[in-house]
Design a protein around this ligand. Sequence first.
Ligand code: ACO
Ligand code: ZN
Length: 177
Amino acid sequence: MGTDKEIQANSFNKSNDNVPYLIRKCTFEDLENVKEVNERELPEDYPFFFYKSILDNFPDSFLVSCLKDDPMKIIGYIMWRVEKIPSRNGLRLINKGHLVSIAVLDENRRIGIASALMFKSMPEILKQNVNEYVLEVRVSNYAAIALYQNFKFRTEGVKKKYYRDGENAYYMVRKIK
Ligand code: ACO
Ligand code: ZN
């Protein structure tokens, strides 16, 4: 278990007294709680080892949010991975920073937590020399699409029947100059 002191030391915004939440790096002890937030808020569930492998491979961009008065209670998370994909002409590999998943508990929304998670994690994934940030999002997910547009993601295409229930996904990209 991370002690409160360790959690404080790990927190990025400990100097910001204006908000009721903290953003900090995810730890192994958080993974079950992260999984629970995902299961409550998104239809796409992942097995425990999936979270574990993202944490093992991309720990710096795997962030969680908790309330200041209850640092072990996870109210939001964001996780990314880096994917090496051949360029269109197949001559080189492009590094993509793939936003795997973000969610905030329903009762803690619209106070900037998702924005803070994006803002703090994007520079971390950038350190992995990515050429672009990419993600998929349900075409009906207006809240998430608006969030991504705020962070300069643009819709590059539609992935037909991307989700198990048949819904299409927008493929959204933010290029890095
Ligand atoms: N309606 C319209 N716009 C919204 C809404 C909404 N309900 N919620 C957020 N936004 C947009 C707004 O532009 C908002 O800025 P504003 O509040 O200044 O208007 C901006 O997003 C940022 O809002 P935050 O408070 O930072 O976002 P929040 O912490 O509420 O979390 C999230 C947004 C993550 C999309 C949340 O609604 C959620 O967890 N939804 C369920 C899970 C989900 O859909 N995750 C994304 C799946 S796709 C993927 O993971 C790649
Ligand atoms: Zn994806």
